[in-house]
Design a protein around this ligand. Structure first.
Ligand SMILES: [Zn+2]
Length: 121
């Protein structure tokens, strides 16, 4: 980017040597346009760098949120799920049944999904 600015400056010096009035006016216009374009490109470059930085921050934030969510799910919630569910073997067919602890305590009759008999007896 700085190279382009230098080239434009060098062009300005060369243009100042032109003595023909018509050429001089024409090239001065070209120089003005180049200078404005160069400024715009610099602005866009700065904007883009700012945007890229913001995206990096957002990406970091998202990673943190993901980590937090995953942590909660893996430690707290999975423990809760383990606490709430229990494995029991049907007394008739002896197949393992994964069941909520509260369902097991609150119901005298629970039909076995395999043999359809009451798993508690
Ligand atoms: Zn059974």
């Amino acid at each position: 980017m700085e190279e382009l600015s230098k080239e434009i400056e060098a062009l300005k010096k060369n243009l100042s040597k032109i003595e023909n009035k018509d050429y001089k006016e024409c090239f001065d216009n070209v120089y003005s346009i180049l200078e404005v374009m160069n400024q715009r490109i610099e602005e866009l470059t700065v904007n883009q760098e700012t945007l890229e930085e913001n995206i990096r921050f957002m990406d970091d934030d998202l990673s943190n949120i993901q980590d937090e969510l995953f942590e909660e799910m893996s430690i707290d919630e999975l423990n809760d799920i383990e606490d709430e569910y229990t494995e029991i073997n049907c007394i008739h067919c002896n197949k393992p049944i994964f069941i909520e602890q509260s369902t097991l305590s609150n119901n005298e009759e629970i039909p076995c999904p395999y043999c359809k008999k009451n798993i508690k007896g």
